[in-house]
Design a protein around this ligand. Sequence first.
Ligand code: MN
Length: 255
Amino acid sequence: MKPDKHSRRQFISTGARASIALGLGGSLIAGATQAADAPQPAAWTESPLFQTPYHQTPLPYDYGALEPSIDAMTMEIHYTKHAAAYTKNLNEAAVAEKVDTSKPLEALLARINKYSEKLRNNAGGHYNHEMFWKSMKAPASDNAPGGSLQAAIDSKFGGFDKLKTVFGDAAKARFGSGWAWLILKDKSLLVTSTPNQDNPLMPVAGTTGIPLLGLDVWEHAYYLKYQNKRPDYIGSWWNVVNWDYVQQRFDTAMK
Ligand code: MN
């Protein structure tokens, strides 16, 4: 759904309220006039939760902490090789394309269509992985969302099990490499997926919004342990989702 001209002008001139900027910001900026060419970090980026730096932050747990859902060797290679390469290449491209790296990465992602394919792939790669690590924790039994997020999931999807089905289907259906997402768009939950290292903050995403939770379905994320069995990886991953973190993102994005 496209915003009308009035709301577009309003966004550019006054800045939008937190969640509106996120939900619509990408598509607004994508087709926008000169005024939107200046970096427009949305209000929600004021929260540290939505300020991703241009360097890798330390893993919040050991490589083996997510066993048996995700094995230690996969975690180590994923973090120190794959994700590290995105970060390195992001910084190279940012220098070459004169990106203001004092601003959060989210501000760049919101106007990534102005930059090269290299910047798009690696800015997305860095952002997606930084969020991915934080959205996991040691496995727990009965691991499920609670509080207001649970209520929103119940109301939108008809329960956590239904969300798992919808999200799992999106993750399985993503052809080749990419991500499945739980996002907030216009203060409503939505499941989407993106190819490669794209994400819902990018104007190029089919559906833009605030990412609350993302699942990496590149083979490098699961192949050592699960080989071709992506559905088994998805099923086991639910045990290590850090719902406290997802709830914090949800709370902040809803403000
Ligand atoms: Mn990955």
